[in-house]
Design a protein around this ligand. Structure first.
Ligand code: TYD
Ligand code: MG
Length: 458
């Protein structure tokens, strides 16, 4: 008879402990330990994915790097340009990709749509959450037909692998990892030990057969990714699908990628018939209007490889309470405080008695430091209650001594601003010599210090 071993797992970070503890020593959360059954005596090999061809996993031996035969990285470009972008140039053969997102954000819709769009690739979509009829209804809504698309509503990995062997799909999508169940582990689906084991089985399958596998995982509201977080080190790529459920825009962000950059963003709009790719994000991130409003400035930023113009909105008001409030959405709050300190010290503006609210339009979170200058202008504009022309845009980092610093790929930022019809772009005067802006259809204004920004614009 097999012996059943149990262990305690932190449901927040996956830390394993032999006995129950109140506070997790790894992530410091309270009351997160749950006892799970970990069955040990079933021979592990019996259940594993068995590939027909022998692989490096089967015959471990040390090799000289030069003796390893180079394999060209095989990628499929999907018809979805946004997905290709976040994956670093298409789906890599044999890769294991984890896609996290809050419930209801549109993960199932996105991956059903992508699977249906891949017309030449035999795709198996495994759902443990919805019935065949529900998925059929959704596919009808998307209005894409594909005769290479197969559906399986099943949660047991044993059954799933049997079906996979019969069907031999070229791509597998699992919706979601929290519903999968391995007969090797006794605890309930969604528990830490189940998630770990089922993902490990999928990983073995992906690597041994060179089939890409997408795992969809739910994350909780506060961003503390219960469950899927423990998989981040196992998978090749982690994508996050985010956005406000009250707005139609959705962002697919790369958190980790063994095959590309993590700075990439994919942008979609949720419509009545699925997700629409937004190939030119600037058009949605800048509100279209003609009048000059105070507190608004446009930044020419670059996210990943793509330039985009983003609207920054600031509101500066007299503080009613003793301690002034500072709020930032889509921008680092500490960075905002730093910019306010620079304005206070270098420009003599008294923000100490003001409440400051800052917002990046469109629900985006911008990491590119070149947005500093636009934030500074929006703050000054609201402080003075004087609008800045909507034909101006900005690209520069602000240093602690109030200098406007150069940013990377300035030519690309200027070109994007010119393409979108801006008349002036304000940049740092410290860009390398030899850049010729005279032939452009946009005026380039070099700036050295914060005081000059104020003198020129207000
Ligand atoms: P869903 O893909 O089920 O989200 P998740 O898998 O992340 O939990 O999400 C769907 C939401 O999107 C749901 O509220 C309905 C809406 N939706 C549309 O607006 N248009 C569509 O074409 C579809 C299929 C769904
Ligand atoms: Mg879903």
């Amino acid at each position: 008879m097999s012996k059943i071993r149990t262990a305690f797992f932190c449901q927040n970070c996956g830390h394993e402990s032999a006995k129950w503890t109140g506070k997790c020593p790894s992530c410091n959360q309270w009351n997160t330990f749950v006892e799970e059954k970990v069955q040990k005596d079933i021979p592990m090999r019996q259940m594993e994915w068995k590939a027909e061809t022998p692989s490096a996993y089967k015959a471990p031996k040390t090799v000289h790097l030069d003796a390893v035969e180079g394999l060209e990285e095989k990628r499929w470009l999907t018809p979805d340009a946004e997905l290709n972008r976040v994956l670093g140039g298409g789906i890599v053969a044999g890769s294991l990709v984890l896609v996290g997102g809050e419930p209801g954000i549109g993960k199932s819709t996105l991956f059903l749509q992508i699977a249906l769009l891949l017309k030449d690739i035999k795709t198996l979509y495994i759902s443990g959450e919805e019935s065949e009829q529900q998925i059929k209804m959704r596919a009808d809504r998307l209005k894409i037909r594909n005769d290479q698309f197969y559906l399986l509503t099943e949660t047991s990995t044993q059954v799933i692998f049997q079906e996979i062997k019969k069907l031999e799909p070229q791509l597998v999508i699992i919706d979601s990892i929290q519903t999968l169940q391995s007969p090797l582990i006794e605890s309930a689906p969604g528990s830490v030990s189940q998630i770990r084991e089922t993902a490990a089985e999928m990983q073995r399958f992906a690597k041994e057969t060179n089939t890409p596998v997408f795992l969809i995982g739910h994350i909780t509201k506060d961003g503390a990714i219960a469950g899927p977080k423990i998989l981040e080190h196992m998978v090749d790529t982690v994508l996050q699908f985010e956005g406000d459920q009250h707005y139609a825009y959705r962002i697919l962000r790369t958190i980790k990628n063994r095959f590309g950059s993590t700075a990439e963003l994919g942008i979609y709009e949720m419509t009545g018939a699925g997700l629409r790719q937004v190939n030119n994000p600037s058009e949605i991130l800048i509100s279209q209007r003609d009048d000059m409003l105070s507190g608004v400035a446009i930044a020419s930023t670059i996210e990943g490889l793509r330039p985009m113009l983003v609207e920054v909105q600031a509101l500066v008001t007299q503080s009613v309470y003793g301690t002034p409030q500072r709020t930032a959405t889509g921008f680092d709050l500490r960075r905002l405080q730093l910019l306010l300190a620079v304005l206070e010290k270098r420009g003599g503006f008294h923000f100490g008695v003001k409440d400051v609210f800052l917002n990046i339009a469109g629900g985006l979170r911008i990491e590119d430091p070149s947005i500093d200058l636009a934030v500074l202008v929006a703050l000054l504009s609201s402080f003075e209650d004087v609008g800045v022309s909507h034909k101006n845009c900005f690209a520069g980092e602000v240093g602690l001594s109030g200098e406007i610093r150069a940013v990377n790929r300035i030519e690309q930022r200027i070109a994007e601003a010119e393409k979108l019809g801006f008349e002036k772009i304000f940049i740092s005067k410290y860009h390398k010599k030899g850049l010729d802006f005279s032939k452009l259809g946009i005026e380039v204004v070099p700036l050295g210090r914060v005081e000059e920004v104020y003198r020129l614009l207000f």
